[in-house]
Design a binder for this molecule. Sequence first.
Ligand code: NAD
Length: 505
Amino acid sequence: MNHDKNVTATVGHLIDGQIVYDNGRSQPVFNPATGQSSTSVELASKATVEAAIASAEKAFPAWRNTPPLKRARVMSKLKVLLEEHADQIAAMITAEHGKVLADAHGELQRGIENVEYASYVTELLKGEISRNVGPSIDSWSEFQALGVVTGITPFNFPAMVPLWMWPMAVACGNCFILKPSERDPTSALFVAQLALEAGLPPGVLNVVNGDKEAVDTLLTDPRVKAVSFVGSTPIAEYIYAEGCKHGKRVQALGGAKNHAVVMPDADIGNAVNAMMGAAFGSCGERCMAVPLIVAVGDDTADAMIAGLKAEIAKMKVGPGTDNANDMGPLVTKPHFEKVKAFVDSGVAEGAELLVDGRGLKVAGHEEGYFLGPCLFDKVKPGMQIYQEEIFGPVLGIVRVKTLQEAMKLIDDHEYGNGTCIFTRDGEAARYFSDHIQVGMVGVNVPLPVPVAYHSFGGWKRSLFGDLHAYGPDAVRFYTKRKTITQRWPSAGVREGAVFSFPSSR
Ligand code: NAD
């Protein structure tokens, strides 16, 4: 491992406060709007990841004992730096992910809100105390840092999802190793460098870029105490099983297939506008995207389709660098091919393709991975486009007769990340949010992504583990409870030996 790189445009690793390169394996990073690559990313070897773990372990004792207020101040400073560099970070996201700049700013802002929440850590780490639990006995619980912890993140929110994890982990006194997505690694590394500028000591946050080799090293090394993962369900399941097998605390957030129920009494204009953003924003590459509308009644379905077709006709698709565009390209060529194949399969399985985005060409960007918005009617359970996460700009309408039928569909689906209902009926909305087997629910809100001071997580096969990401659950995930029971008998008081189990009887 060294500090020089023969190819300058290569994304390396951040270890012990330094950008380093191991000059081993690497892969190109593409601009999805042009199909061209001007950067590559190193894929860390086991030895490089082990160096990051050693650096984090070395930094831990001093950081654990740094007063929480000082740790919190680093977060406050980082928030300011992130705001100052927002345009630069958004440009990095757009160049590698493809999303429109305004959308990149939106994800960064959500990430900043997690940094802001982490800056309240002094409040959040106050323990619990009970006086006089027995004669002259007080008891309290405190929340201690775990040690070296890691986070493995997906391509679709390259800046925000890392910020769901490491700010709270380090604010709680841990040292963190981040493994960002190798498809769009630049913004996460840049943000980590800003954290150093904000005062984070070297080694408290290390970044290793890489693939399975890096991840497997983190999963199996006994010095790593906890793993946060966000990505697809097959990998989440693997991370959970492997991490648990190696004695680690694991939270692994997976994929999704979110349904929006539209009731006959809904404000159709609002529901159409909400669905346009929820289905096609960020090209459908969001785990809270809504790729399925469950319309209650044929009239509701017909009205939604009329509204959606009119709005889709107005959509602008093009490079994310132009904020006039509503939607950018898909992230990579293989992903583009995969989404297109889903559309083919929907047609082959008998769904009705009302809007076909497969032929879209963006002038001047012929090599970009652009797919136009697609709209299907008569989607049915069992079809591939109903069952599987497409992660593209493909919206399907499922027709049902009753709310109960809609809810049964949602409950029977393997994923349970998010869902929403559009209605003017408070009783229906309350019944839906009370009973539906999904972790995050919106009522007339299409993307019910919890704010930073709540926590984020799905149910069923959308999350493996117990605690959700960020918010109050993150404080619990990144700390272990220690309960101390203390007695100071009055001078001269002696008690005989007690052989029965201590109780307050
Ligand atoms: P992915 O599962 O392909 O990759 C996620 C991370 O896992 C990356 O860092 C990658 O390098 C690593 N990885 C990939 N294959 C691996 C393997 N075989 N062994 C070990 N590590 C491996 O996911 P993605 O395509 O980057 O992201 C999209 C997915 O993430 C979608 O399924 C989406 O729903 C999901 N997602 C979920 C949430 C959530 O909160 N539930 C949020 C964002 C994204």
